[in-house]
Each structure stands twice: as structure tokens, then as C-alpha cells.
Design a protein around this ligand. Sequence first.
Ligand code: CMC
Length: 356
Amino acid sequence: MEAGLESVIAAHTVLSDVDGEAGRLVLRGATLESLAGVASFEEVCVRLWSGLAPVPVDGLKAALGAARVEVWSEVERLDDALAALPPVEGLRALMARLADGEDLPAALRITAAPAVFTGALLRRRAGRPALAPDPSAGHAADLLRMISGRAATPAQAAALDAYLVTVIDHGLNASTFAARVAASTRAGLVSAALAGISALKGPLHGGAPGPVIDMLDGIGSPGNARAWLEAALDRGDRLMGFGHRVYRVRDPRADALKGAIRRLGADEGRLALGEAVEAAALEILRTRKPDRPLETNVEFYTALLLEALGIPPEAFTCIFAAGRVAGWTAHAWEQVATGRLIRPRSIYVGPEPAPE
Ligand code: CMC
């Protein structure tokens, strides 16, 4: 038995395949490269959800827009205490107020919610009024507008679409497994998403990209990278944005996001710093851990892309949730369809009761 369940197979899924040796991600029959930067978030939701629920193939964009308007009513209940929480915890608390269910309307509510609630939380924290959704907009464009208050440019909307698609699903990662466990009890899709977001927010999973920005800011210029990284490892820190449980080679999502940064035309100096830090980190990790291939993961370029889109690092995990929630939903439906409760067993290694 391994404490991290690394060799345990816990589901059959049609949703995604993570090939850790080849560095390849397949999303329901299509490679990541054929979707990221090509298809919209809504189109890939249709790809994942088809056959699991009665998805309106041509109407998902409108249905998701209507769901953003539906969940907006919850923003009235956003108080100062909620706004003072770390954004991902505020998002979780607001999502917990949504009506639960296992049907398509519940799926649309939880998929709409991170965009609407993250925008409202960030604006409230900045002392500005929350902005109502525009149901006619694409999900990515509307998410950006609800945060910044300005209409997203087509390039910005395309970059966020590429991000949401890149992170939409990824095998049985920790948050998806948590979501499947909750769904297997028939608790509902909102509960499954709450389980997912609770697992996602940790720094070993979806909490990693915020600290990547701290690392880049701490390093400041390429010449400082090596010394800064060596000192971090000497303290016993892990380098955020590197290493993966499944990939033994470079995470293909890193390059999908790097491509999105280039297409966005983001700040060349910042990207050059990122590339210099990445190169130094990979070289140092190779020297220090020669037996364990540690490569760049999705979170490194997530940080650079979301930063270039003007999203504050404190909200990076909320944006990750905005994409991954569609995967959690698909997995929840898939798990419910098995009709089986997830309930593994443990081996007791505690003390025996005293003899009577
Ligand atoms: N920096 C330094 N050392 C590392 C790192 C890292 N980023 N990742 C792994 N190691 C070390 C680890 O300490 C261990 O050393 P030792 O054997 O001396 O204790 C060795 O490499 C092997 O680690 P592992 O058992 O293969 O790693 P794991 O599968 O338990 O961890 C991980 C995977 C993602 C939690 C880990 O690589 C990590 O903490 N990375 C930094 C956080 C991060 O970037 N997370 C995002 C992951 S990808 C997206 C997502 O899932 O959300």
C-alpha cells in the first residue's frame, strides 16, 4: 500500500487520458494540442459532457450565460466577512449556497459560479461594485470583464479560453478523485464541486501558481535565479511549478500555455525571466535529484499567463477551478452512472485494546 495511492486504479473513464511517459494528454478522443487555443471552453464542455447529460450541443454558450445570471443573485449575499477570506475560500463559501442536484441545471450553476463569484469577490476586495454577468458573452470573455471592468479583447478572451480548456480535465488528479468520492455518495454536483475545490486549493495541487509569482518576484532578474533557487532547496522548499505525480517528462500543458502567452503578446521581459528561471530550476533539479525526473508542470506557465491577463495571484486557484469544475462535473456524472459508492478500506496498525 502506498500512502499516495500512486499505483491504484480507481475508475474507468472516457474523459481524459494522461500519458506520463509520453507527455501526452487526451481529452475525450482529442489531443490537448488540437483543442487548446482552437476550441472554446463551452465547446470542450460539450465534448466532455455529451452522453452523460442532455447537453444542448449548439446552445451551451447561451445556457451557461443564463446560468451566470442565475447565480448572480447570490452575489447580494456576499458580505465583508466572505470578501475578507482568501478568494478561493470565499468562492467555496459562495458555491456552497447553490442548490444541489445531479442534473444539467445544477451542472450549469456550478460551472457558471466561479466566473461570477471570483469577479465579485475581487472587485469587493478592491472596494469596487461587483459587475453583473453578460449572458450573451462567451464564458472566458465575461469572466475577464467581471474582474477588470473592461471588455476583454479577442486576444485576451482567446488566451483565457486556451487556459480553461488546458486545465478542464486531467485524469484522476486529487481534486477530481475527491469530487468522485462525494458524487458516489449521491450528494450532488454542488457537493462534488465543493469537495473538488477543497482539494484543489492546496499548494501541492491548484494552489501552486500563486507562489510561482512570489518566486519570480523574489528572483527579480535572470542573474539571481540560480542562487535564489539553490537557497530555496537548501531550506527544504519545493520549487513551485515543477514535478508531477504522473508525468516523467515535461507536462504538455506547460507548452500549451506558453503558446497562449506568446499569442497574447504578453510582456517579453517577464516571459524571458520566466524562461531563465525555468532553465535554471530544471538544471538544478537534475543535479540534485538525478534519479527522479522533475520537469516543468502546468502551474509554471499558468502563473505567467494569468498574470498577463491581469488576474491577481491570490485568485489564480479560483480561475483553475473555473476550468476544472467542468471536469469535476463530468467525472461526478460518470461515477454516479457506475452506481457504486467509493469506499476503500484501511489496515489497522493502532494499539490493540487492553485485555479485559
Ligand atoms: N521541488 C523540489 N523537489 C521536488 C519537487 C519540487 N517541485 N517535486 C518533487 N520533489 C522531490 C521530492 O521532495 C522527493 O524528494 P525526496 O525523495 O528526497 O523526498 C522527490 O522529488 C520525488 O518526489 P515525488 O514522490 O515524485 O513527488 P510527488 O509525486 O509526491 O509530488 C508534486 C508531486 C506535484 C506534489 C511535487 O512535484 C510538488 O510538490 N511540486 C511542487 C508543487 C506544484 O508545482 N504542484 C502542481 C502540480 S501540477 C498541477 C496540479 O496537480 O494542480
